[in-house]
Write a protein that binds this ligand. Structure first.
Ligand code: PEP
Ligand code: MN
Length: 262
C-alpha cells in the first residue's frame, strides 16, 4: 500500500487544515517533553508566533534510563490539550502503548518513536485508528524495514502515515546520530507517503539543527520536526539540542525563504 509503483500520486495528509506531502511543507515544533503548564503554554505561543504549523510535546517519554524523567503522562496530556486550545495548533505526541489510546482522542497526529518502530502489536492497533501516524525510523533500521512498518499500519486500514528520518547509529560519535540525508530521495522514490526530517534528534547539538534543516529541505523533505524550549539549560530532556524560541524564530525565517526557493 505504501509502494509508489502501485500508487504513483503523492499522499497529502491534512491535519486540521495543515497539509503535509505532495509539495506541502510543514514545521512541527515544541518541547521534547511537557514539563509544566507554564512551559507548555509559553513554548506553544512562541512557536505559533514564529510560524510553526503543528505543536509537539511528549507526555510518555521512552528514556534510555529508567531513572531519567519519564514524562508527565496523563497530566502532561491535559497540558498539551490546553496548549492546543489556547493556540489552535494541532498537536503531535508520542504513544508508547496501545493501552493509552483513549488518552489520544483529541490528539491530531500520533507519533511512534524510533524505539517502537518495530513494535508490531502497537502498529497493528494504530492501523485501526482514524488519525495520521508519524512513524519515526528506528535508529538501526533500513528504509525497507521502515516501509514495512508503515505497511503494518496501512494494512489495518489507516493509510495516513508520515515517515520521519531522525538520524541513525553509525560509527561516528561526534553527533548524537547521523542524519541519513539520502533516506529522503530514496524513500520518495519508493513511496507516495510524506517524508519529514527530525534534525534535533539527528544532531543532538543545537548549532547543527539549522544546517540539517536546510539540507532536509534541499533533499526534498515534506517537513521538519524541531525541539524548542523556553529554557534549554533547565530542560528535563534533550536541552542540548533544543532551540530557544528566539533562535527558532530566526530559523523559521530561513525556512520560509528556502522552501519558496525550492
Ligand atoms: C522525540 O521525538 O521526542 C523522540 C523521543 O524521538 P526519537 O523516537 O526519534 O528518539
Ligand atoms: Mn527529544
Amino acid at each position: 500500500k505504501a509502494n509508489k509503483d502501485m500508487h504513483p500520486n503523492d499522499t497529502v495528509i491534512d491535519v486540521a487544515g495543515r497539509k503535509i506531502g505532495g509539495g506541502h511543507f510543514q514545521v512541527i515544533a515544541g518541547p521534547c517533553s511537557i514539563e509544566s503548564r507554564e512551559q507548555m503554554t509559553e513554548v506553544a505561543e512562541d512557536v505559533k508566533m514564529a510560524g510553526a504549523g503543528l505543536l509537539r510535546g511528549g507526555a510518555f517519554k521512552p528514556r534510555t534510563s529508567p531513572y531519567s524523567f519519564q514524562g508527565l503522562e496523563n497530566e502532561g496530556m491535559q497540558m498539551l490539550l490546553e496548549a492546543k486550545k489556547a493556540t489552535g495548533l494541532p498537536i503531535v505526541t508520542e504513544i508508547m502503548s496501545a493501552e493509552h489510546l483513549p488518552l489520544f482522542e483529541d490528539v491530531d497526529v500520533i507519533q511512534v518513536g524510533t524505539r517502537n518502530m518495530q513494535n508490531f502489536q502497537l502498529l497493528k492497533e494504530l492501523g485501526k485508528v482514524d488519525k495520521p501516524i508519524l512513524l519515526k525510523r528506528g535508529m538501526a533500521n533500513t528504509l525497507e524495514e521502515l516501509l514495512m512498518s508503515a505497511e503494518y499500519i496501512m494494512a489495518g486500514g489507516n493509510e495516513k502515515v508520515i515517515l520521519c528520518e531522525r538520524g541513525i547509529r553509525t560509527f561516528e560519535t561526534s553527533m548524537r546520530n547521523t542524519l541519513d540525508i539520502s533516506a529522503i530521495p530514496m524513500l520518495k522514490s519508493k513511496t507516495h507517503l510524506p517524508v519529514i526530517v527530525d534534525p534535533s534528534h539527528a544532531a543532538g547539538i543545537r548549532f547543527m539543527v539549522e544546517p540539517l534543516t536546510m539540507a532536509a529541505i534541499a533533499a526534498g523533505a515534506d517537513g521538519v520536526m524541531i525541539e524548542v524550549h523556553n529554557n534549554p539549560e533547565k530542560a528535563l530532556c534533550d536541552g542540548k539540542q533544543s532551540l530557544t524560541p528566539e533562535s527558532f524564530a530566526e530559523l523559521m525565517k530561513k525556512v520560509r525563504k528556502t522552501t519558496e526557493f525550492f
